[in-house]
Design a protein around this ligand. Sequence first.
Ligand code: ATR
Length: 267
Amino acid sequence: MKFAVIGHPIKHSLSPLMHHANFNALQTDDEYAALHIDPKHFHHLRDIIHEKAIDGFNITIPYKVDMLQVVDVVDIKAQMIGAINTVHIEDGIWYGYNTDGAGFKASIEKYTGGKNIVVLGAGGASRAICYTLFKDNKVTVLNRNTNRVADWPFQIDAYTYEESDGVIQQADIVINTTPVGMEGFMPDTLIDISQLKSSAVVCDIIYTPDKTPILQSAAQRGLSVINGLDMFVNQGALSYGIWTGKKANKAAMKQSVINYLQRSTLC
Ligand code: ATR
């Protein structure tokens, strides 16, 4: 079968490498390409995909929200999350899904259930994560602008960072979905890590670098930390399941990304 990831830019995507590691492990001759779609060609997407005989594809920045208007059928989770990261084409019908939230949830499964979860940021990634966690946990968003959660089709409490003291102290899990602390930003962690419980788990959806500034601060305090690598692997494995009905080899997928990242830091 033929698969792809579409985006703009796309050349740094590790999805082709990761999916081919899965195909090798499963000994299939499936293919997965990185497809650059210039914004001025996005309205031709259906023709482009049809011409290449692609059976299913992933979507990355900046098209996840726009895809809602392109597919024929939107899965309920993708609708609630307001974004599509996986399209499956069957008999010419385009079905849109979102595996980002479920991918993240799977990566922290053993820590969740009845927990106080604090999500930093209220963008697309935050919405996917909040939607998948809010039914089984108490989820609170912290963001500069609390209005951003007002149009989500599910109810989440939101506070500004200035209002966050009590919230931080009660948190079992903190998840950073903002770019704060990354290159080009001040080395800020948005919240005071010293206020967290010693049992708190701190997560970031980023995996390059493998420890973002918030994870570094948390690790220095001896807290458990989780980066976004498992989320990335899980969302890919879930997409593969949607396309083929088969179980992906997640260990092979994860190892391929780790190997690549190790090689690139050695260069
Ligand atoms: P994504 O789709 O990856 O989640 P996004 O929609 O651009 O990206 O959302 C980024 C989030 O990071 C937003 O919640 C943004 O906060 P605002 O809603 O207040 O803009 C947050 N963010 C970005 N830069 C930030 C900064 N310097 N300080 C605090 N939050 C920041």
